[in-house]
Write a protein that binds this ligand. Sequence first.
Ligand SMILES: [Zn+2]
Length: 586
Amino acid sequence: MERPRLATFSSSSYFDDRGPHGYAQPITEHVNPHSRPIVSYYFPKGVGAQHYGEHHPMKPHRLTLTNALVLGYGLDKQIHHIYNPRSATQAELEAYHDHDYIDFLSRVTPQNQNEMRHLIETFNCVEDCPIFSDMYDFCRMYAGSSLAAARKLCAGTTDISINWSGGLHHAKKAEASGFCYINDIVLSILELLRYFPRVLYIDIDIHHGDGVEHAFYHSNRVMTVSFHKYTGDFFPGTGKLDDNGTGVGKHFCLNVPLQDGIDDDMYLTLFKTVIDDTVTAYRPSAIVLQCGADSLGCDRLGAFNLSIAAHGECVNFVRKYNVPLLVLGGGGYTIKNVSRCWTYETSVLVGAAVPDELPSTIYDSFFRDSHWKLHPPLTGKVDNLNTAASLQRISIAIRTKLRYLQGAPSIQMQEIPPDLGGWLADEQRTREEKDEDKGTALAGERREDRSIARNEFFESENDVDQDEPVSAPPSRARGATSGRRARGGRRGRGRGRGRGAAASTASKDDGDDDGDEATPAPRARGRGRGRGRGRGRGKAVSEKDKERDKEKERERDRESETEIANMILEKESTPTTSASLDVDVS
Ligand SMILES: [Zn+2]
């Protein structure tokens, strides 16, 4: 295919064309191969073939496009592990969601929806959240991926996990919302909380991350920070500056409400200030980053002016903290740009340079109108209603709020979730590790609890999957019986499809989730276990130990790794054109 070379570079100063290579090139490997983080990439086979309906803006096909570009650039050679994870089980979904709701999702089909009309309305599976074929399978796929990605971080065998099919941040405990049925983010954070004391959730989707905020509104073990458009009637209608958590969760929730048209400079200045202040104050032991791409300029539903380069710079900024990182997708409705964005962000996360010219794939037709560039001009299409003064007000307000977190003992830890029970065979810990455990136990993080320390010795993903927890974390125990309190007065809201969104604010106080019984334990600072547990203990470990660890890791991965090429060849052998998929060509 003819591929004219036109100068359609992003005008953003945040994009750096790193050279003429036609293929992904590692940026840092020539300096020090060990300085590159270990990256695991999750792509559930078949997820991109799902279909919400002909005119629905949510198009899982964007995941297939993303994958094609990631492979086309050869980024799979830079990614350390690529998995086609198993789907989540019903029990795993019910770790957060109500049984009745999951039972409904597992049974409803386009064929029986008339008989189930009453339940369909009860669970808000109307309009924005239609019933489509294989909907439940779709949910189990993306949720299973996020769970596997979180478990790998807990096991300490990866530094960064990526699941572009996840990030469905609006789903509630017993209700679908905003194209989201299962909240894979809440599920994966619950998984991370089994190991990590404090999880920071960052959401750069244009919509407020209401489902995640709601789930952890009462908890100080999860801090949520959402950057979004907020006008009061823009979906989902929540996320104002002064919504900051409640109970022991008070101050552990931040909202950054923005107006239409925010540009790269404003967004990045605010993002970096807020995130830097938050990380300094909260000292997260893991970070979950929702990368909704509807905050890009030219999005079908969004109204911001961000370039792919700036969106990617947010990802890069978070990556640089070197804290175990779970990266998820989210919204994004101009799918050619979503796939560009997540491809670019994959390259940022693996530390590889990719050229602006897109690789040739069977989906070339999607990218023709922007001349097959990775960074088409997306900015400046919407008037910027934000002002320097309005952003400064937000910035100052947030800094003031974060003061409540400064300095011990303001972060009073809730109990670390109990043992997951009998997962593992005897561990082989080095003397140095045992000493380290002693030290951290004294510091109050209770690492003498062997079940927690052992998490890093899973033999494979499968081991983790097969065992049922002996006792669930407090949140789960309650979650199973807490009924459908989370739903009230919020039905009938829609977004982005021409209806006015009635912005009834969900009650924050009907929450039911996460552990309220605080068992104070002082926070241990400077454990130095930030990322790469197992590898992080480097200094004191002999070369021989390191080699042994590496071999163990290789064995684990041989077990469960799937060649992405096989997945792709099997699934996507029939190219789909934009014409047959109702793809927006905006
Ligand atoms: Zn969104």
